[in-house]
Design a protein around this ligand. Structure first.
Ligand code: ADP
Ligand code: MG
Ligand code: MG
Length: 252
């Protein structure tokens, strides 16, 4: 589904990702962990196609297409979803209308008719029930005055509505509170199936108690320095990142 090969990227003339390779297959959940400043959010941003980031080498294939060649909207159309890092507030735009636009953009990209009001409402109701979302949240302006937990709920709802093939979720460094963790993990776990995949980026291990990954990768200084099964996350929790840092720094 996603094949990252020796990806190198940076920002403002500084190289941050120094050769990332990763292979994600349908049905898999991969977690990327790592100390602050290791390049986790940079990786998410490059995959999302954010303009301020510069690709310096390597390749990324998504469902057989050259991802780096696609505009961000095209990436979404192909089934990529990026959540969490920078939820925008848009006063005056209801969450419902925002989601409707996003859903219909994706449909348009795929050559499908936009959903009419009745079909859209039906889909909304179905996903609201699944995600346990309250109608009142959806009539409010996008993210305006939302609590941390409400923002997460809203993003997870967007994800449910868009039914992405690959969701990339980047937990911010500040971390999620327990409420938000429940929202995110319930949502992700309900959407998990054999055809889609999740790339979960997190500094902390605790989210992985709720969303159990198939693989854990440790990113440090722009490189994946260790990969393993879910138990690797427990090892990191127990020993901290220092043991990885020491190992790598000693080898340098
Ligand atoms: P992580 O998400 O693992 O904490 P980031 O990808 O945010 O790491 O950051 C990796 C490195 O890139 C850090 O050294 C950070 O200072 C730098 N960096 C990130 N974003 C920017 C930016 N917009 N401008 C300049 N440097 C940046
Ligand atoms: Mg950071
Ligand atoms: Mg980050």
């Amino acid at each position: 589904m996603l094949k990252i090969d020796n990806l190198q990227a940076g920002i403002e003339g500084r190289k941050i990702l120094k050769g990332i390779s990763l292979d994600i297959k349908p049905g898999e959940v991969h977690a990327i962990m790592g100390p602050n400043g290791s390049g986790k959010s940079t990786l998410a941003s490059v995959l999302a196609g954010r303009k301020d980031y510069e690709v310096l080498g390597g390749s990324v294939e998504f469902l057989g297409k050259d991802l780096l060649d696609l505009e961000p909207e095209e990436r979404a159309g192909e089934g990529l979803f990026l959540g969490f890092q920078y939820p925008v507030e848009i006063p005056g735009l209801s969450t419902t209308n925002f989601i409707k636009t996003a859903v219909n953009e994706v449909r348009k990209y795929r050559g499908e008719e936009p959903l009419d009001a009745v079909k859209f409402l039906k889909l909304m109701k179905e996903k609201m029930a699944l995600m346990n979302i309250d109608q009142s949240l959806l009539s409010r302006s996008l993210n305006e005055g939302f609590s941390g937990g409400e923002k997460k709920r809203n993003e997870i709802f967007q994800m449910a509505m868009l039914e992405p093939k690959l969701a990339i979720l980047d937990e911010t460094d500040s971390g999620l509170d327990i409420d938000a963790i429940r929202v995110v993990s319930n949502g992700v776990n309900k959407l998990r199936n054999k055809d889609n995949a999740v790339l979960l980026i997190t500094h902390y291990q605790r989210l992985l108690d709720y969303i159990v990954p198939d693989f854990v990768h440790v990113l440090y200084k722009g490189r994946i320095v260790k990969s393993g099964p879910k138990e690797l996350a427990y090892e990191l929790e127990e020993k901290g990142y220092d043991f990885i840092k020491n190992e790598i720094d000693a080898a340098e």
